[in-house]
Design a binder for this molecule. Structure first.
Ligand SMILES: [Zn+2]
Ligand SMILES: [Zn+2]
Length: 287
């Protein structure tokens, strides 16, 4: 049995192992030394957030039994995708794959903030009234399906090694749990890590109710894209203790922190969240 077959056969176990391991570490860490006090009952919030994770996992398994690794194996067999076509050496192609897939996630994240209908879906991630390890995994089922289709398209065009797809998925899952944790790293460590890795303080800015703060720090793993494309913001104006987490006007815990309300969230309210046509230009801005 070769390496690819082993990964394909054990993909679910590998991913679940990392998920539970890192979840346990971050959950313990934020319990022992929380950055902010929680405002909603943790038990009910966790049941809803994790309930959504279970629902999403089941739907993905039913809709896409082959998963991303299956698509990568197919592309490899058929010689589809840039990296398969040009027979790039394994190590280089693995690095290119992980970095490129992270860039695609960044661009996708900017897109779901900019396009009103997609923002409706992504609102579910942002409407959480608290910010902790479970926030990192709560996405509306339709956004998860959209995400998976974009990932399939990326894999078919890129032709990444199967191992790189597993590394990417484990890494994305691990960094999402890490940077949504209700913890605060020592300032010096936070600064150094931020040169390449998104830290809890950096991503917390993105969960602010303030529009300009929400529309910054879109990266999930690498911080380079925000720095390169100009969406980086260092700290929230009100500070990490003073800032408000969530979305203006969506503050009812029944709606935003209970599973039925969360699933209904994309279908309520007026469309008003188009970031680009709301931008105000002042005279000293560059055009
Ligand atoms: Zn977002
Ligand atoms: Zn987030």
């Amino acid at each position: 049995m070769n390496w690819n077959d082993w990964i394909l056969g054990n993909e679910v176990t590998i991913r679940l192992g990392f998920f539970f391991g890192i979840f346990a570490i971050m959950a313990t860490w934020e319990m022992l030394s929380p950055c902010r006090p929680l405002s909603v009952s943790k038990g009910a919030r966790w049941a809803s957030n994790l309930g959504l994770v279970v629902l999403n996992s089941l739907v993905l398994r039913l809709l896409f039994p082959a998963a991303a690794v299956g698509i990568a194996a197919l592309a490899q067999q058929q010689g589809w995708g840039l990296l398969n076509y040009y027979a790039v050496p394994f190590g280089l192609s693995a690095v290119i794959s992980v970095v490129t897939m992270d860039l695609v996630i960044y661009l996708q994240h900017v897109m779901v903030h900019a396009v009103p209908v997609l923002w409706r879906l992504h609102r579910v991630h942002h409407a959480d009234l608290d910010y902790d390890v479970t926030t990192g995994a709560r996405f509306h089922t339709l956004e998860i399906i959209l995400s998976m289709l974009i990932k399939f398209a990326t894999i078919l065009l890129l032709g990444p090694p199967v191992v790189a797809v597993v590394i990417f998925e484990v890494l994305l899952n691990a960094t999402a749990m890490f940077n949504h944790s209700n913890i605060q790293l020592p300032a010096g460590l936070d600064r150094v890590l931020r040169w390449f890795l998104v830290t809890p303080d950096m991503h917390r800015v993105h969960h602010s109710v303030e529009d300009d703060e929400t529309n910054s720090n879109f990266g999930f793993s690498l911080t380079w894209w925000d720095r390169l494309f100009g969406t980086y913001r260092d700290q929230p104006r009100a500070g990490h203790q003073g800032m408000t987490i969530g979305i203006h006007n969506y503050r009812d815990p029944k709606q935003v922190n209970r599973l039925p309300g969360m699933l209904a969230l994309p279908f309520i309210g007026r469309i008003s969240g188009y970031t680009i046509n709301r931008r105000q230009w002042s005279s000293h801005d560059e055009r």
